[in-house]
Structures are given as C-alpha cells and as structure tokens.
Design a binder for this molecule. Structure first.
Ligand code: SF4
Ligand code: SF4
Length: 131
C-alpha cells in the first residue's frame, strides 16, 4: 500500500475497544463535508458526554481526511483497507464497534501524516541591550 493511502476513517483505542479515545465532541461530524458521520450522545453521571452511536456511511465517504484533521483528541485515523464492497447499502454503515482500531505505530503515523507537521514553539529573539 502506498504511503499516505487514505481508507475509511477509524476510531482509535489504546487498550480496549470499549475505551475509545473519542470524547464524543462531534467536531469531526461538523468537519465532514458530506455529512456521513452520525453521532448520538448522552451525559453520564459525571456530566461527561458518553458516545452512544458513532456511525460512518462508508458509501458516502469521500476519503478527504478532514474528520481526522479536525479531531483534537487524536481519536481518528484512516485505514489501509480499500475493499468496501458489500451486497446492501445497510452494510455500508460502519458502527463504532466496527470502526474501532487499536493504536499502532502504523495507525498513529497515518494520523500524523494527515495532521501535518506539528507546530514548533516560536523561538524568542534574545532581548537587545542598549548601547
Ligand atoms: S472529533 Fe474526535 S473526539 Fe470528537 S467526536 Fe470526533 S472522533 Fe470523537
Ligand atoms: S474522510 Fe471526509 S468524507 Fe469521510 S467521514 Fe471523514 S470528513 Fe467525512
């Protein structure tokens, strides 16, 4: 697979698929130009958002990577697989369980490639002393 190939976006987890990095903020869904990310949430007892639903309509995704770029929590990357053909449109709905992907060196490198180079802190010029 060519370096930089962009397949379907996937939800990253570190230890367990039940503990996704995603915090259910919906920024990725707002960034998606074709509205194929569907998110439902509720407030947990600690008032934090809990992700009830995170689906991507794979049939409508244009693989632009804007959702990955927009996610402030490094919770999305893009997969390498390209064979998405199925027999019905319903099967093109990827649920959060199907989208869960373990963070690996490769998946993080793919994410970082989409995010682009990290901003370096500005170097301060030393103060000029008069005279
Ligand atoms: S932007 Fe990231 S953290 Fe927010 S809902 Fe999307 S995947 Fe989850
Ligand atoms: S890759 Fe683009 S089209 Fe596909 S879900 Fe992300 S923002 Fe939407």
């Amino acid at each position: 697979m060519a370096t930089g190939f962009r397949g379907l976006p996937r939800l990253v987890y570190d230890e367990s698929p039940d503990d996704l990095r995603c915090v259910a903020c919906s920024i990725c869904a707002m960034a998606c130009p074709v509205d194929v990310i569907h998110i439902d949430t509720h407030r947990g007892p600690d008032k934090r958002l809990v992700l009830d639903r995170f689906d991507i309509e794979a049939g409508g995704c244009v693989f632009c990577g804007l959702c990955v770029e927009a996610c402030p929590f490094e919770a999305l990357t893009m997969m390498h697989g390209f064979e998405l053909a199925v027999y019905s449109r319903e099967q093109l709905f990827w649920t959060k369980e199907m989208l869960a992907l373990k963070a690996t060196e490769q998946s993080i490198a793919d994410m970082e490639r989409i995010h682009g180079p990290k901003e370096q802190p500005e170097k301060k010029e030393p103060a000029q002393t008069p005279g």
